[in-house]
Design a protein around this ligand. Structure first.
Ligand SMILES: Nc1ncnc2c1ncn2[C@@H]1O[C@H](COP(=O)(O)OP(=O)(O)OP(=O)(O)O)[C@@H](O)[C@H]1O
Ligand SMILES: [Mg+2]
Length: 503
């Protein structure tokens, strides 16, 4: 194929959505058999470029060449028959079917009206052997972890003979271990000659896996070149168009008299966490660290009344607090930004403003009528605080880029200024610039006296943001650290259950 020119070439592609220019005269060439990363801030146009290639949407103007020939990719089916497919930011599998069925859905070998099961199974085994990507054939897809589901998507693409696979933020929802496995799969695919377009906000990951990196900013390509020539810093500067700021705002510790906002004593929930005790003071940022599955999210869920603890006690501002429902928690001044925001909580048919204010209708209601003007005003204020980029508050939330959809949920959690903000992986899937603005926001909220409890898996974030670090290991607190008096290595050791780490 290399004799036929690059695997993919975009020539002067423009694509708009109403007044928004998503791609502005983009020209870009992707060599056959390489891992080609696309990086850029939220809304830069990365997913749009992927969708054009996968035939999901057409360009307004410009040309796409595959292996040196112009192609019209009018539908995902057409793209697939030209050898291109995309693994989207949201997965598209059928959860109640088996792995085998999902992999061959729509392309099953038939004899007359009957699917040839034996042949299907043989093909599956061959696919697993060739690709080195293995998933149990008969498992129900809905019962698999997200990392495993992603492997099913890859096998599905390979079963359809895809030679170019677009992966849009494939690791955004994976644990460290799952990410390692996925990156290994990508390397295996490259060895087989598959071309991979890899969209990611994890720049370390990009530098590790990519042969070539293309940086996008404001609908244009800034530059495209060998990954070996880039550093994390050079990427960030090109993405944001300005020199690198410090990643984290200066730490402002609460005063020594600051009262406890939250106190948790011997909290337990069978099978999830046991004997957990800690406190969060007014103005304090406490980060729950630890490996995925160590019980951190479950603790947030218990405090938020979503899945209550079995035993132990909690105090909010010194008063006993035993939320049985999320409603109780909200009424007491708690707010939660959930993990995996794509599945939890966005009302996809509704506008940005509705998504921010709907759960808090009482605050914008007047005599039983919703004041649209007031709603828009509340929404607009919160959009500004969080930095949501949208055409207007009335724009459908589905028209926002992935990262901006996440910020909408952040904006929602702040409609009623909470006393305690719970945030589960608050910067997953947002770009570096937006990360800094979320850190600023959290830091400002704390300065105003809010208690903040964050779950984070990014060690850099744990070290940079926290006042205090509570490390979980297998459902129990393994150690607590004052962030200024500890080292990254001590936190990591504690997360892996290796102590000595002092508290
Ligand atoms: N269907 C749509 N309708 C209207 N506007 C859209 C639509 N899809 C994308 N856009 C707009 O086009 C621009 C580019 O969006 P795109 O999804 O390509 O960004 P992205 O680089 O993938 O961002 P992220 O990192 O947040 O996923 C954004 O301003 C977005 O709001
Ligand atoms: Mg995107």
């Amino acid at each position: 194929m290399s004799t036929e020119g690059p695997a993919v070439e975009f020539r002067d592609i423009t694509r708009t959505f109403g007044a928004t220019v998503a791609l502005n005269s983009v020209s870009l060439s992707i060599a056959a058999g390489e891992v080609h990363a696309l990086v850029g801030e939220n809304g830069a146009g990365k997913s749009t470029l992927g969708k054009l290639l996968a035939g999901i949407i057409p360009p307004d103007s410009g040309e796409i060449m595959l292996a040196g020939r112009p192609e019209v990719l009018g539908s995902p089916r057409q793209a697939l028959s030209a050898g291109v497919t995309m693994i989207a930011q949201e997965l598209s599998l059928v959860p109640e079917r088996s792995v085998l069925e999902n992999v061959f859905l729509g392309i099953e070998p038939h004899r007359g009206p009957w699917v040839r099961r034996r042949e299907l199974r043989d093909r599956f085994d061959a696919l697993v052997r060739q690709s080195g990507i293995s998933v149990p054939a008969n498992a129900l897809v809905g019962s698999l972890r997200i990392g495993e589901q992603q492997k099913v998507e890859i096998l599905r693409a390979l079963a359809r003979d895809a030679r170019v696979i677009v992966m849009d933020e494939p690791t955004a929802r994976l644990s460290l271990q799952e990410t390692a496995v996925l990156l290994e799969s990508v390397r295996t695919l490259r060895e087989r000659g598959t071309t991979i377009v890899f969209v990611s906000h994890f720049l370390e990951e990009v530098l590790q896996i990519a042969d070539t990196v293309t940086i996008m900013r404001d609908a244009r390509v800034v530059r495209s070149g060998p990954a070996a020539m880039e550093t994390k810093q050079s990427l960030i500067e090109a993405m944001t168009g300005r020199p690198l700021d410090a990643m984290f705002p200066p730490r402002v510790y609460p005063s020594s008299e600051a009262p406890d906002v939250l106190r948790v004593e011997s909290l337990s929930r069978a099978g999830h966490f046991a004997d957990v005790s800690f406190n969060v003071r007014a103005g304090e940022i406490v980060v729950l660290s630890g490996l995925v599955g160590s019980g951190r999210s479950e603790i947030l869920q218990a405090i938020y009344g979503a899945s209550p603890a079995d035993s132990g006690s909690m105090y909010l501002g010194g008063t006993p607090f035993d939320p049985k429902h999320v409603r109780n928690a909200i009424a007491n001044g708690l707010a939660l930004i959930p993990e995996s925001r794509k599945d939890l909580g966005l009302i996809l048919g509704a506008s940005v403003a509705d998504n921010i204010t709907l759960p808090y209708l009482a605050d914008v209601e007047r005599a039983g009528l919703i004041s649209w003007r007031r709603e828009a005003a509340v929404a607009r204020t919160r959009m500004t605080t969080v930095g949501v980029k949208a055409a207007s508050p009335q724009a459908p939330v589905t028209t926002l880029s992935g990262g901006n959809q996440q910020k909408v949920l952040f904006a929602r959690s702040l409609v009623r200024t909470p006393v305690l903000l719970l945030a589960d992986e608050p910067t997953r899937g947002v770009d570096v610039g937006a990360k800094r603005s979320i850190y600023d926001l959290i830091s400002d909220l704390a300065k105003e006296g809010m208690g903040v409890l964050v779950v984070s898996s990014e060690i850099e974030e744990v070290m940079g943001l926290a006042h205090r670090i509570v490390v979980m290991h297998q459902g129990r607190i393994a150690a607590q650290f004052n962030a200024q008096e500890t080292e990254e290595s001590a936190v990591i050791s504690a997360a892996f259950g290796k102590l000595g780490a002092a508290s």
